[in-house]
Design a binder for this molecule. Structure first.
Ligand code: PRX
Length: 647
């Protein structure tokens, strides 16, 4: 597991201690690490969120299932919206929304959020949605997406948000698995000046999702889209009733949402997140890690469709009454300085993004950031994949003016909240290290046998104690939940990531150790892409793996054996790439496809992915002695070299 790159970083060991000025004003002070974890979460649970009925027990741990804040009753939308309005903050901006078209902007206050979530909640009720009715949300980065999520939370209807870049098949898989009765979508979304046909894709998905009875459609671009009588309703036509819609009292452990994520099989897993533990976890981490102040303008540049958007665009920041920025478009539209223009316009003080975006900005050059006044920035964050030290340094220097702390935050869809991270003002950071477990989090690195490994050695990242925002299971898949996270070690959570701890106790994340790839911070399973490929009539067999990519972290490489009569060609290659995009979504398109008459297999017929990874990385081949036909890899290697095509 040891990689040479990490060795080099460790010997260099660049350190950035917090500045005195930042430390003095920071929300997190050093004593936070001394607190006993039960005292810490007991206090955060009581004070950070508001309760209709207080909890009577902090947590219950019956491995592998945890419950938090037992006996408590609360409502997430009440915490994110109503209580701020009641406290006199109705006029405070909740979101500065910036449309992709340069002249479209809106300010959404907490009072606006209350009014709009009430209207939509009343409309959903009129469509028959009750506490427990599942609702799908398939939208872009418009204010109505958080509004839809909060409207669901208001009435106790669990939601699943499906990223707007996913295909009809991916959407219907999720709608069917959760048995959604309503889907909320929009006519189209903007992307780089062109439109993305969300409603049309939704129609295709709904046709294959018998549970969906009603579709609510937001007008965004205003272009014509088909509407089915009786089933489809324009948002504006039905969200009219402003009558107060009380926030449903929810049990601490009631379902808040499912978010589907790729695992090591073709079927995405519906990760279960519940009410009070999740909200406490995301609000607490948001407060301390991002050092959010009452007048902060905080921008998390993720998409709401991923967990980062759920926890750190919507639920954490709104629970803390924070003003956020919501941007609809891409970083380079219409120009490569769009982000920096936004930072300057709204005087953003906290920016949270992914290494892949940072590397794109690095590639485009510093001149775009230099055109703008970024002096409002106080803190920068990174998430989604290991950040290479060069990108970390570039981010701090060229975006943070060489003065801002950078927090590299490790977490997952399953963890719900950030678990390994610096605390700005307390932690001495090192470029490339996510540093220390958040207070109360017990993280460690284990070897194959379950022994804790000491400083310097690589191993598997584990979590040995429950935390409030942890997943409560996989929807309708108890076996898979136990098998994926809890079977490698007894009663210890296996994250699927490699890690090592240095002599200062700082964690260095080393990437996935399973068949999951991380492309531009998006999790994609090799098997999902393989299934999409073999679904194509020309394909006999396919094997997929990730290879290192300077820009996207990893890129997808597919090895494909075509059926007997089929000819390999550039056209076929494009056809297959597009087929994967259609089956899963454009994020899953392979960067390379290598056509090969055979795949390397063991004598028992198992594809040897390890060898394919070696070929993809242009490494010396590992052990080939178990191969049925050793000549196959050589042939693939030659083909890979000659057929390599890049996006
Ligand atoms: O491999 C780790 C990587 O992203 C995975 C989780 O992906 P997902 O559930 O899509 O959530 C992404 C946003 C939280 C992890 O298993 N990962 C996430 N953050 C980091 C990271 N790897 C290294 N450093 C990070 N800061």
């Amino acid at each position: 597991m040891t990689t040479p790159a990490i060795e080099t970083i460790l010997t260099e060991d660049r350190r950035y201690p917090p500045s005195e000025g930042f430390a003095a004003q920071a929300n997190a002070q050093p004593a936070i690490y001394d607190e006993d974890f039960e005292t810490f979460w007991e206090r955060e649970g009581r004070e950070r969120i508001s309760w209709f009925e207080p909890f009577t027990q902090l947590y219950e741990w019956k491995p592998p299932y945890a419950k938090w804040f037992l006996g408590g009753k609360t409502n997430v939308a009440y915490n994110c919206v109503d209580r701020h309005v009641e406290a006199g903050l109705g006029d405070k901006v909740a979101f500065h929304w910036e449309g992709e078209p340069v002249d479209e902007r809106r300010e959404i206050t907490f009072a606006d959020l209350q009014r709009e979530t009430t209207k939509l909640a009343n409309a959903l009720k009129a469509l028959g949605v009750r506490k427990g009715t599942a609702v799908g949300i398939y939208m872009g980065m418009v204010p109505e997406t958080p509004i839809a999520m909060l409207a669901c939370a208001r009435i106790g209807a669990p939601h699943t948000v499906v990223f707007g870049g996913f295909s009809a098949d991916s959407l219907s898989d999720r709608l069917r698995d959760m048995e959604c009765e309503v889907l909320i979508t929009q006519d189209e979304a903007w992307r780089r000046g062109t439109t993305v046909p969300l409603k049309r894709t939704a129609d295709e998905a709904v046709a294959a999702s018998p549970s969906v009875k009603s579709v609510v459609v937001l007008r965004r671009t205003g272009n014509e889209v088909p509407m089915q009588d009786g089933r489809d309703h324009w948002w504006d036509d039905i969200a009219m009733d402003k009558t107060a819609c009380p926030c449903e009292p929810m049990d601490a452990e009631d379902l808040l949402y499912l978010l589907y994520t790729s695992g090591t099989t073709a079927k995405p897993k519906g990760i279960v997140h519940t009410t009070a533990g999740y909200l406490t976890g995301v609000a607490t981490t948001h407060h301390y890690i991002f050092d959010v102040k009452p007048d902060s303008v905080y921008w998390c540049a993720a998409d709401v469709g991923w967990v980062t958007g759920h926890s750190y665009i919507v639920y954490g920041p709104l629970a803390n009454g924070t003003t956020g920025v919501l941007y609809e478009g891409t970083p380079d539209f219409p120009d490569k300085d769009r982000w920096w223009e936004i930072v300057e316009r709204y005087k953003v003080d906290i920016l949270y993004t992914a290494p892949t975006a940072i590397r794109a900005h690095m590639k485009w050059g510093t001149e775009h950031a230099e055109k703008h006044d970024l002096s409002s920035l106080r803190l920068l964050g990174s998430v989604g994949e290991p950040i290479n030290p060069e990108a970390w340094e570039w981010y701090r220097r060229h975006i943070g003016g060489g003065r801002t702390p950078v927090v590299d935050t490790w977490w997952q869809t399953e963890t719900g909240m950030i678990l390994i991270t610096p605390l700005p003002g307390v932690t001495t950071t090192k470029p490339g290290s996510a540093t220390k477990p958040f207070p109360g989090v017990d993280a460690a690195v284990y070897d194959e046998q379950g022994n804790e490994v000491g400083p310097g050695s690589g191993g598997y990242l584990v979590l040995r104690r429950p935390w409030p925002a942890m997943l409560r299971g996989i929807h309708k898949a108890d076996d898979r939940y136990r098998e994926t996270y809890w079977s490698k070690y007894d009663d210890v959570y296996f994250a699927g990531d490699g890690a090592r701890i240095d002599r200062d106790g700082d964690f260095w994340l080393l990437g996935r150790v399973d068949d999951v790839m991380n492309v531009s911070g998006h999790r994609i399973s090799t098997i999902e892409v393989e299934s999409a490929l073999v679904d194509h009539p020309s394909v006999a067999e396919a094997a997929v793996c990730g290879r290192t990519d300077a820009q996207t972290g990893q890129a997808i490489v597919a090895y494909v054996t075509l059926k007997g009569s089929e000819e390999a060609s550039v056209e076929k290659l494009e056809e297959l790439r597009n087929h994967v995009a259609r089956k899963i979504g454009p994020i899953a398109k392979p960067a390379n496809i290598v056509f090969t008459p055979e795949l390397p297999k063991t004598r028992s017929g198992k594809i040897m992915r390890r060898l394919l990874r070696d070929v993809a990385e242009e490494r010396t081949l590992g052990d080939t002695t178990t191969l049925a036909d050793p000549a196959v890899v050589e042939e693939i290697r030659d083909r890979a070299a000659s057929e390599k095509t890049e996006e």
